[in-house]
Design a protein. Structure first.
Length: 345
């Protein structure tokens, strides 16, 4: 009888623990929906986001420590690693990246990690590296490629492989033939319509390389723009949006670069994927933007962006003096490319 009572008591404790874990997991899911509150300024929105991240981080860390045997524990660790990577970018704190990487190290080394979760850990490792090195040098690129190829070898039927290969292709914007081969490989693995669309966008941009770009629009400043009118100039076309923070920082850099060159030699144009004209004009005012900017308020569904195959921000194109697209993304060497094209005969 005593044994039966003990067993019953243990069962009650186990059930209570399960109920608490489920409740705490539901709280984590609720927090991941994003911050609550009505921000009036960009900085208020940023602070609300940071506050929400802090709440998520505390909830995830508490869950991991409290329920080590729960089925959601590995998922909680993966979420925590991703959250720290995002905080690293948002708050400029590289120590968050280090902690995020250590979480993945622990999951990989832990024999208790279910084999079915190992592809998720490997995928998180690759996306963390890509996130941390958006403009990799030669050695960093080789490291990323090695991780993707290992993932391909270990998990050839994983549905995320096409996306990883497409991401790998983005590392070869300066090598169009290799990029094309990688995109063709990615398309063979693609089953998801969104991934197929992304790859087809990449093919669309690749097909435009070395050809004249047709670009006509009325700028947000009210000026009719026709890129053919700039023949004889090198044209820098910058795609950005107020909601994509790295692209806003890049916009300031584009302004700085454009101002370095004579107005009769170089022309900058902006293509905004914003949905709010007020947010766009506020950003332009703050950055001192005086070159023409396109805006239609349709974000990623902008007909202009879709026709050009734009699927990532920021993106910078440079057109030569004949109007031909000479780069798929000039973010890393904009000044050098402009200078080279100015000197071409």
């Amino acid at each position: 009888m005593r044994t039966a009572v003990c067993a019953f008591s243990l069962s009650l404790i186990s059930n209570f623990a399960f109920a608490d874990a489920l409740k705490d997991w539901e709280q984590i899911i609720a927090l991941s929906a994003g911050p609550k509150g009505d921000a009036q300024t960009r900085e208020q929105a940023r602070q609300l986001m940071i506050q929400n991240f802090e709440e998520q981080q505390r909830a995830l860390q508490l869950f991991i420590a409290t329920y080590p045997a729960d089925s959601h524990n590995v998922e909680a660790s993966l979420r925590l690693s991703h959250l720290l990577a995002v905080r690293c970018d948002l708050e400029g704190k590289p120590e968050y990246y280090t902690v995020a990487a250590k979480i993945l190290d622990k999951l990989e080394a832990d024999p208790a990690t279910p084999p079915a979760k190992l592809p998720d850990v490997a995928y998180s490792r690759i996306t963390l590296l890509m996130h941390h090195t958006p403009n990799p040098d030669g050695v960093q690129r080789e490291t990323l490629v090695a991780y993707v190829r290992k993932f391909q070898k270990d998990y050839p039927s994983d549905h995320r492989l096409a996306n990883l290969l497409a991401e790998m292709a983005s590392l070869y914007d300066s090598d169009p033939e290799t990029k094309r081969q990688l995109l063709e490989e990615a398309l063979r693995y693609a089953g998801d319509d969104a991934v197929k669309q992304r790859i087809n966008d990449d093919f669309k941009r690749l097909a435009m390389l070395g050809r004249p770009v047709e670009l006509k629009f009325d700028s947000v400043q009210g000026e009719p723009i026709d890129v053919t009118k700039y023949r004889g100039k090198v044209v820098l076309v910058y795609f950005f949006a107020n909601w994509a923070r790295p692209s806003v920082l890049g916009l300031i850099e584009v302004k700085r670069i454009a101002d370095q060159f004579p107005k009769n030699k170089v022309q900058a144009l902006g293509i905004s994927l914003d949905k709010s004209k007020e947010a766009l004009t506020a950003t332009m005012t703050k950055a001192g933007i005086d070159f023409p900017v396109y805006f239609d308020g349709k974000g990623w569904e902008s007909p202009l962006a879709r026709s050009l195959g734009i699927n990532a921000l920021p993106t910078a194109w440079v057109l030569d003096r004949s109007g031909n697209l000479r780069t798929l993304n000039a973010m890393n060497s904009t000044e050098a490319i402009i200078t080279q094209l100015m000197e071409e005969k």
